[in-house]
Design a binder for this molecule. Structure first.
Ligand SMILES: [Zn+2]
Length: 111
């Protein structure tokens, strides 16, 4: 028998795997009005985000980014103009370095 029988867990998914405290539902604002629901532990700071919600949220975010990037002339070359929201979101700085990974039909920019 347990000394203090306080085993009133309703849903096991609402418990923090780190400290066992009750997880609180919160929302992770990634910008562009895209908000991903997540569960947060106020005791140890653990975050649990639903993989599907995260994927769909990031897909939405990607859509908006796709629409707002422009290619501009820089000297005798071309550059990508990052909108202010993207600069802020990814903390891109003038003179900073990014890594470009070429694919067959896409370029990946790694910060
Ligand atoms: Zn916790």
């Amino acid at each position: 028998m347990a000394p203090s029988g306080s085993s009133t867990h309703s849903r096991k998914s609402d418990k923090c795997p780190g400290c066992g405290a009750q997880l609180r539902s919160t929302r992770y604002d990634v910008g562009w009005d895209v908000v991903i629901p997540t569960k947060h532990c106020v005791q140890c700071g653990y975050n649990k985000t639903d993989e599907e919600m995260l994927a769909s949220g990031l897909a939405k975010l990607r859509e908006r980014m796709n629409a707002s990037v422009k290619v501009v002339a820089i000297g005798d070359g071309l550059g990508i103009r990052f909108p202010k929201e993207i600069v802020d979101h990814y903390a891109i700085r003038k003179g900073g370095k990014v890594e470009i990974r070429p694919g067959r039909k896409r370029l990946e920019i790694v910060l």
